[in-house]
Design a protein around this ligand. Structure first.
Ligand SMILES: Cc1cc2nc3c(=O)[nH]c(=O)nc-3n(C[C@H](O)[C@H](O)[C@H](O)COP(=O)(O)O)c2cc1C
Length: 390
């Protein structure tokens, strides 16, 4: 069982992640982890926080001489902003600390503030938003980079791009080669493969900046070079599509998920939607007329690229705040505002990559097992031989 956990608050000292269950011998590069952390920080529309942070992973266990040793991996990522919050959020109560607190008593519609304050019995929503914040996803991205390291050993690669920001859409599919080229670009604007569509997306973000508003959108994660048969049709909880959906919707602000062309499929007749099956006698392999299913049929990978989309609502902290109620006075009040992102769709794509990588690595290890990478590879190669001979 590959399992992970994260801890840490937005303005706490650091974020922590543990990952247990990677086989021994997987090559791990800190540079590759930090590269993904950097990719998560990018994109047009981010707030001031990302200018303060330069996220870097500090591995404290589970990796020696650049390879996993089979023990749980623990990673720390410092919050540089912590130095500005040591008095507001100390671990131990301090004398006179009351004045230094930065309470949030005007809950933001759309955030975790009100439901969390009621549920955990706090008059100050600060204690809720500190953990609800998507700063937590920094730890997920670090874990995702470890999952990608395993998958890469089997030629599986995962990338993402932006399909829509508000009403501005790409309006076509992107090829794997386009995604690879996009990933090599130094400057990330909205991580869209098409310059014209990206300019339209930027105009939407600019409008949100101008009007004190925020904007959501759609990202797509693509996993390339997958074997047939990760996940299974046999029970509800082994179906890969269901597990991917849970992983993607567990991301902050993601309210919908689509595998392949689900929405389009729901509007069309079956004859236009299913991916026809063909056979190449020379190469002795099956192939498909299209990839509208997004690489999953019956809860199993079918060997096509996996296409998973996340639909993000707009960020709920608005410079022009919405109506709310003050928790202390119960009087009508405008919602709290603190420095915030305006558009996070490109960053969400990177977090989506991490979540997809983790789910795929879990399904991969369920199928092929192994305490060492050598053993996993032997099992994988045996299965691939069986598939070739099918
Ligand atoms: C990459 C990323 C960055 C985010 N940044 C902010 C932010 O700056 N301000 C904010 O109010 N919400 C932000 N959010 C969204 C909130 O974390 C989220 O809306 C909140 O935790 C409530 O959860 P829910 O929207 O999933 O219901 C961000 C989400 C993501 C994925």
């Amino acid at each position: 069982m590959l399992r992970f956990e994260t801890a840490g608050e937005s303005h706490g000292e650091c974020l922590v992640a543990t990952l247990t269950g990677l086989p021994a011998g997987v090559p791990i590069s800190i540079d590759a982890i930090n590269r993904d952390l950097r990719r998560r920080q990018q994109g047009y529309g981010r707030g001031g926080r990302m200018k303060i942070e330069t996220d870097a992973a500090h591995i404290v266990s589970g990796v020696r001489h650049s390879r996993t040793i089979g023990s749980p991996i623990a990673i720390l990522i410092q919050n540089r902003d912590w130095k500005n919050w040591t008095e507001a959020l100390p671990v131990e109560d301090i004398d006179g600390g009351e004045d230094k607190k930065k309470p949030v008593t005007r809950p933001r519609p759309g955030h975790a503030d009100l439901a969390g304050a009621i549920k955990y019995d706090f008059q100050d929503a600060r204690y809720i938003l500190e953990r609800a914040s998507a700063r937590e996803t920094t730890a997920r991205v670090a874990v995702g980079a470890l999952a990608k390291a395993l998958l890469r050993e089997f030629g599986i690669e995962i990338l993402s791009h932006v399909l829509a920001v508000g009403s501005a859409r790409l309006g076509r599919t992107a090829t794997w080669e386009e995604l690879v080229a996009l990933d090599l670009k130094d400057e990330v604007l909205l991580r869209c493969v098409d310059a014209e569509a990206e300019a339209a997306m930027k105009a939407v973000v600019d409008e949100a900046y101008r009007t004190g508003d925020t904007v959501g959108g759609v990202f797509e994660v693509v996993a390339h070079n997958l074997p047939v048969g990760l996940g299974s049709h046999i029970t509800w909880d082994t179906r890969l599509d269901g597990r991917l959906a849970q992983a993607i919707v567990s991301m902050q602000a993601v309210k919908g998920v689509e595998i392949g062309f689900a929405a389009e499929g729901a509007e069309n007749f079956g004859s236009k939607v299913q991916d026809t099956i063909h056979y190449d006698r020379e190469e002795r392999r099956f192939f498909r007329g299209d990839n509208r299913a997004g690489g999953v049929e019956g809860g199993m990978t079918n060997g096509q690229d996996l296409l998973v989309r996340g639909l993000l609502k707009p960020i709920s902290t608005l410079r022009r705040p919405l109506e709310s109620v003050d928790l202390t006075t119960r009087e009508a009040a405008l919602a709290a505002y603190e420095r915030s992102d305006i558009c996070v769709v490109p960053a969400a794509g990177i977090i989506g990559e991490a979540m997809v990588a983790i789910v795929l690595a879990q399904a991969f290890l369920e199928k092929f097992g192994g305490d060492s990478l050598t053993e996993t590879k032997r099992n994988y190669e045996g299965y691939q031989r069986q598939v070739r001979e099918f």
